[in-house]
Design a protein around this ligand. Sequence first.
Ligand code: ZN
Length: 398
Amino acid sequence: MCPSEVFEIDPQQLVLPKNIRFCTKCVMSNQRPRITFDDEGVCSACHYAETKSKTIDWDTRKRQFQELCDRHRSKDGSWDVIVPCSGGKDSSRIAHQLKHDYRMHPLCVTFSPPVYSEIGWKNLRAFIDSGFDHILISPSGTINKALSKASFIHLGDHNEIFDHGQMSAPFRVAAENNIKLVIYGENGEAEYGGTSDNNDKPGMPWNDFDRTYYSISLDYLINITKEMGYFTEPITSKSFDAYSMPPLEELERLGIEMHWFAYYHFWVPQDNFYYAAKHTGFEANPNGRTTGTYSKYAQLDDYTDAFLYFMMFIKYGFGRTTSDAAHEVRDGHITREEAVELVRRYDGEFPEKELDIFLNYIGISVDEFWEAVDKFRLPHIWAKMDTNWKLKNAVYLD
Ligand SMILES: [Zn+2]
């Protein structure tokens, strides 16, 4: 990608199908990047859910995971596996099972979210206190803010830079500590809808990393932040080490392997909540449901997260409720009709409570915020009626 080229909107928006459709089995929209629908209007995530429950032999997969652990387990108790860990329900469960069921010696790594929430911090501390070695990587606040601002203004996603840090940090720590195994949770592309290319693979092949996780390069983000004059202090080539992925050739040379826990174990987010509540002191949101959805236990750690999902709603016409409810339909916890009602009620809810925190974090005014937001509304998704924006299509209007 040429760094001097500046995108007006997220390049992923440019390739969306113009005819909006919703999965006939769950409620997912065909506007989700990389998702595919079959001739019956069923989405790729629903197909994967069916494969999970009908085709995959989970006993065999579990045995394979046991063998993977046997191959990597240290004899002297030194760290033998990295678990990228937010202190949330999913990573807490993975670390706990690795330690207690598979007798591994995990080192848990967190890349600090932009603005820790009170419950997020409490859950992380409770997780560490339940018996885990842990490293928290916190990049410079001023640099992180500047990069987040540029990511928000140019891509409608302030977390694009966080994603770089979160994905890179575990591999850097693995390379520095000579730990050969990194265990992630689920293949998000398979579970939530995206490309099906790696559904039958135990981890992301290195040559797919750039395409899937780094379609917007770190150099691009740094350059637009520089061009916009957002950096408030002198920067050097070392200022961005916290976000840099070690060269993939080096990871290959060191023999570092990345695997998805959910490739080997049947993955149900709700079960992870009950497991983490029981074993690592995880607590649901004490204030009730999270803004933009009906769920009380998913992604609680960061106050700015609500804007990630609000912007997903602006850019693609579906929000966090759609994502959560679609997964629960696939898990058999709710019906499609119930999901449609939840979407009608909560999807795209504006994060009023978190607005000041967000504006203060990226350093823009309310007017600048709305100017940036409206730039990402595509004409096939949104229509302006007088002064109000309305979705042209929604699963409850179908
Ligand atoms: Zn579906």
